[in-house]
Design a protein. Structure first.
Lengths: 427, 273
């Protein structure tokens, strides 16, 4: 049986122009068309033609970028927003954790707020009275429950809000990204509570950017993009497809914001910014590629990188060294090498050619990296030195390790040491 | 009309919430003040003293011959009109803001928005009723005493409540789209105050002479409501049945109209507040 059923749901938002916004009541009356003047002059489609079913007892994840329509979808399921067209069917009592403590009044005590908030969420006064101690205990606010809510820290506020909402004991629980604000101790408690819900065969619709949690707790996941369901199915596959899409988008963005380095500029005496040398040997073009040869700028930490230099010598030279250097955004040199350090004896270079440095595995942590490339004499005299002119991004949502480099490693434990339930989470 | 009745029935289910929100409103308003809820009658009392100083002592001629030389009698007359007016004007002013102030509820919780203007009118009604014992005391000690007609007070209160609710729905929903209403309203209420027989009695000389002014005053529904209070409390007589009855009908029409506008604009609230 479906707990939530969306049938061709479309939601169009009205966007009013600034002219409209400052229009006065009077001018609307003068035109004699009060409602007419409230018509929007621009429409934004937040959701278009969404059909999906969430089965009873299922934990259903919604992922997607900011502004993709996830929250609107959740609000439509909660009944806070109405679909412009299409039908929504919901079977069972809903509690929506869209903004925790949304109804709190700052001037009155936590105790009174619990009661009013509980009533707003659909509990009776008696029920709240019965659950009151449990609510306060879960929020860890025993000492402060009689203080006005305005004296609470944002963490306390959120804990109380979560505690009330979760104790409404709904059949369907909607969670919108609320766990992201909790502190390290409270979030696991919330997740425990959510697990508890799952065990009791309640339906959960879960919106989150925390993809690990989504993979861990959801039975099915829908990826929303630009107001449409892009993919719906098994969590790991959907999350991976979403990650791939993000990586592709990052690559695009990165290329866009890449300052177009005009290295074709002729040499000028005294110019030293980011590039120097007399260019007896010139680096004409630098291309970053994946190991497959495709040009790219966003790499997975375990991926390889090819740096390709197109060089030309004005006249034949016998003393030349090719070098590269990788720097992170703090300016720390992560790696540097050149042909001289690797004992390559230069013999002759004339005309044009390519020097290609192939890095089999980057093994860097997430971040933006800048590249120096150079060709110089063995004594250091620069022919052409490009400092930080090129950059690339190392990015992976799954890797959270810190430092400079990602040292290849594995963990091993003696049988006495065990770790939590073997879940679907990737190592 | 059917929809209105159905929605109002739906609202009945929320009575506990309304009740709690009203009491929250009352608790929150004077939280942190020394006198607390006593302010509910100190406020109109102080206002009365100001007006008594001005019209009772300084502009003696301006208050009409009815009260003779008695400033205390005039003060009691003033208080009789001021107290319900404060209820009316605070309700109207606060309604203008109420949807925006509680925008969080409309945006984040499944919550029937019409509760908010209702809570505004009701919590101001409670303030009004806090001031009532003082008023009755004044009427007995300094006024002409109370008669059995004072028992008709709830009728007048009902008329004013329907009228205030209707206006509350209209103002609160329109202000979401036209923020200017808030400022217009503040000034309009000042004008409205002076266009209502609160600081002067209907028997005032210049009113008696000018039929134009009298017609103008009679077109103002608040005139008949305030006159209702004056009749059954200050003068101790029956109020003008027909006039108050017509005012009640106007109130009902305003209620229906106000609610319809509110209902029609409802879906735009979550995006606009």
């Amino acid at each position: 049986m479906a707990a939530v059923e969306l049938d061709h749901v479309t939601r169009v938002y009205q966007k009013y122009s600034s002219r409209h916004r400052f229009q006065t009541f009077k001018s609307a009356m003068v035109r004699g068309n009060l409602f007419g003047s409230l018509k929007a002059n621009e429409l934004v489609t937040a959701l278009s033609d969404i059909s999906l079913q969430v089965e009873k007892g299922e934990t259903f994840g919604l992922i997607g970028e900011n502004g993709s329509g996830k929250s609107t979808l959740l609000k439509i399921i909660a009944g806070i927003a109405k679909p412009t067209s299409g039908r929504v069917k919901v079977a069972g009592k809903i509690s929506a954790l869209i903004e925790l403590g949304a109804g709190f009044h700052p001037e009155i005590s936590g105790r009174e707020n619990v009661f009013i908030n509980g009533i707003m969420l659909g509990l009776s006064k008696k029920e709240i009275g019965r659950k009151f101690d449990e609510i306060v205990r879960f929020a860890e606010l025993e000492e402060f429950i009689d203080a006005p809510v305005k004296t609470y820290s944002s963490g306390m506020y959120m804990r109380l809000g979560f505690s009330v909402a979760i104790n409404v004991n709904p059949e369907i629980l909607l969670i919108d990204e609320v766990l992201s604000v909790g502190d390290a101790a409270f979030v696991p408690k919330c997740l425990d509570k959510i697990d508890d819900f799952r065990r009791r065969q309640k339906t959960i619709v879960f919106v989150s950017h925390d993809l690990d949690t989504v993979k861990k707790i959801c039975d099915r996941v829908a990826w929303i993009k630009d107001g449409r369901i892009r993919m719906l199915g098994e969590p790991k596959r959907t999350v991976d497809a979403y990650l791939q899409d993000i990586a592709a988008k990052q690559e695009e963005d990165f290329q866009e914001q890449q300052v177009e380095v005009d290295i074709r500029q002729p040499f000028e005496e005294g110019r030293r910014e980011n590039r120097w040398g007399k260019r007896e040997v010139e680096i004409r073009k630098v291309t970053l590629r994946g190991l497959g040869g495709e040009e790219k700028h966003v790499f997975h930490p375990e991926e390889g990188l090819i740096i390709e230099l197109e060089i030309a010598a004005a006249c034949p030279v016998e003393d030349f060294v090719f070098g590269i250097g990788v720097f992170n955004s703090l300016g720390t040199a992560c790696y540097g090498t050149n042909t001289n350090l690797e004992d390559l004896e230069p013999k002759l270079f004339a005309g044009e050619g390519k020097a290609v440095c192939r890095i089999e595995r980057l093994n860097l942590i997430n971040g933006t990296y800048y590249l120096d490339v150079a060709v110089h004499k063995r004594d250091g005299y620069p022919y052409d030195y490009h400092q930080n002119l090129y950059s690339f991004l190392v990015s992976s949502a799954a890797y959270k390790d810190v430092g400079v480099a990602r040292l290849p490693h594995t963990w091993e434990f003696s049988p006495g040491i065990t770790f939590g339930p073997p879940d679907k989470k990737t190592p | 009309m059917v929809r209105l009745v159905r929605n109002l029935k739906e609202l009945y289910k929320y009575r506990v919430l309304i009740q709690n929100l009203v009491s929250r409103e009352l608790k929150a308003r004077y939280r942190g003040t020394v006198l607390g809820f006593l302010w509910s009658f100190f406020n109109p009392l102080l206002l009365m003293i100001v007006y008594t100083l001005v019209f009772g002592l300084i502009l003696k001629g301006g208050r009409g011959g009815e009260f003779g030389d008695s400033s205390t009698l005039y003060a009691v007359f003033l208080f009789t009109g001021l107290l319900p007016w404060t209820w009316f004007s605070s309700s109207a002013l606060e309604s203008a803001n109420v949807l925006m102030i509680h925008g969080n509820l409309i945006k984040k919780i499944l919550f029937p928005a019409e509760i908010l203007p209702i809570v505004t009118v009701l919590s101001n009604l409670i303030h009004f009723s806090f001031g009532l014992p003082i008023l009755l005391l004044f009427l007995i000690v300094f006024g002409k005493g109370l008669t059995l007609f004072a028992l008709l007070l709830p009728v007048v209160v009902l008329v004013q409540m329907v009228f205030s609710l209707g206006l509350g729905f209209l103002i609160s929903s329109l202000t979401v789209h036209f923020r200017d209403i808030k400022d217009i309203l503040a000034n309009l209420l000042t004008l409205w105050f002076f266009a209502t027989p609160i600081i002067y009695p209907l028997t005032f000389d210049s009113l008696q002479k000018s039929s134009f002014l009298r017609t103008l005053l009679n077109l103002n529904p608040m005139t008949h409501i305030i006159e209702g209070y004056h009749s059954c409390l200050f003068y101790g007589t029956i109020f003008h049945w027909k006039r108050l009855g017509v005012t009640f009908l106007i109130g009902l029409v305003l209620f229906y109209f106000g609610y319809s506008v509110f209902d029609r604009l409802r879906d735009s609230f979550p995006e606009e507040v």
